[in-house]
Design a protein. Structure first.
Length: 341
């Protein structure tokens, strides 16, 4: 049985890596100017030091790959990976398979920061403002949750997140009313976008993505222990509150960084970990790395759909993810009802 289970895990891991590769090639190959996927794959291999293969593409087509499409595709991979990984982490910490990466006020804080940057005509500071707003809101939520004392529960943090989100959303609404000329631009950001200026956004997100990925994946076994309850986890030698704090801080940091460069993209952090749980089992040792891989592929393909479905126009990527998210919730509710019956 153990050999078969291990083989299944390796199979899912290979499937996740394959999904990332397919999504990357598709995102780079297709667009207003379609390129042969095989040639694109060869050109991507040429980016590896020491590899020199003939892709058959001319310099203009190579420039389209390396300067326009590849940065956006890599950004999509990073954002999708962070949102899905954070979603899986939040679901483990709060022991709720439908917990969201924006649960502790990240969305409201980022939205307020972005609104302030646009309203005060400081668009160059949009990403830093969104990041500081998201990170600051999580900090305020945690400090407010501390009012429950050392034995505060996950429900206390969730309620604190709701209170902080409502307060920040009220401030954002006030700013929008005072600066009606910025409403269109703000809502464009709130609906999510993966527009890039070369590799700048990728460089901005990459350090936070690496830190979040290392910390959360290193502690994924502790989420399995936390799932049995705090008393049992403490009896096994784990410090539940400390583990939760580290995991929430790492997941929130990754979410804040992702939101700062992409806007608010919903459902990725709910859909991907939940589907992975249904398909590959309930252990977070599998859920988190697979969520990272499949989340990266999922968002990259959603971005491909967003920029090709109504070409030469472009859909907000949040609309595309919501298109998948709404039927997903109907399916979850239907499945839950059948199970309960």
């Amino acid at each position: 049985m153990s050999v078969r289970a291990a083989g299944l895990r390796v199979g899912w891991l290979i499937g996740g890596v394959g999904a990332v590769v397919v999504a990357l090639i598709a995102a780079v190959a297709f667009g207003p100017v379609s390129l042969p996927p095989g040639s694109v794959a060869v050109e991507l291999l040429n980016l590896i030091p020491g590899v020199r293969l003939n892709s058959g593409l001319n310099p203009r087509e190579i420039a389209i790959i390396t300067e326009i499409r590849l940065p956006r595709a890599v950004l999509g991979l990073l954002v999708g990976a962070m949102l899905a990984l954070a979603g899986g982490c939040y679901q483990g910490v709060f022991r709720n398979p439908l917990a969201d990466p924006y649960l502790l006020g990240v969305a409201a804080g980022a939205g307020l920061g972005a609104t302030m940057a646009i309203a005060f005509d400081e668009r160059a500071l949009l990403a830093p403002a969104a990041f500081l707003g998201a990170a600051g809101s999580v900090l305020v939520t945690y400090l407010l949750g501390m009012a429950g004392g050392r034995d505060r529960s996950s429900a206390t943090l969730i309620l604190a997140g709701v209170a902080v989100s409502s307060f920040l959303a009220a401030i954002q609404t006030y700013l929008l009313q005072r600066n009606v000329d910025t409403i269109r631009e703000v809502y464009s950001w709130l609906l999510g976008r993966l527009s890039t200026d070369g590799w700048h956004e990728v460089r901005l997100l990459l350090p936070y993505a690496l830190l979040t990925g290392v910390v959360v994946l290193a502690l994924r076994r502790e989420l399995d222990v936390l799932s049995v309850g705090d008393d049992e986890a403490a009896g096994l030698g784990l410090h539940p509150q400390r583990s939760r704090l580290i995991l929430l801080a790492a997941a929130s940091l990754g979410t804040a960084a992702a939101v700062a460069v992409s806007g608010l993209i919903g459902f990725v952090g709910i859909i991907v970990p939940h589907v992975v749980r249904l398909l590959a089992g309930g252990s977070y040792r599998s859920i988190l790395p697979l969520s990272l891989l499949f989340g990266a592929a999922f968002l990259t393909l959603c971005d491909l759909a967003a920029r090709t479905l109504i070409a030469p126009g472009e859909l907000p990527i949040g609309v595309v993810t919501a298109f998948f998210g709404a039927p997903f919730f109907v399916l979850v509710l239907r499945t839950s009802r059948q199970v309960s019956l």
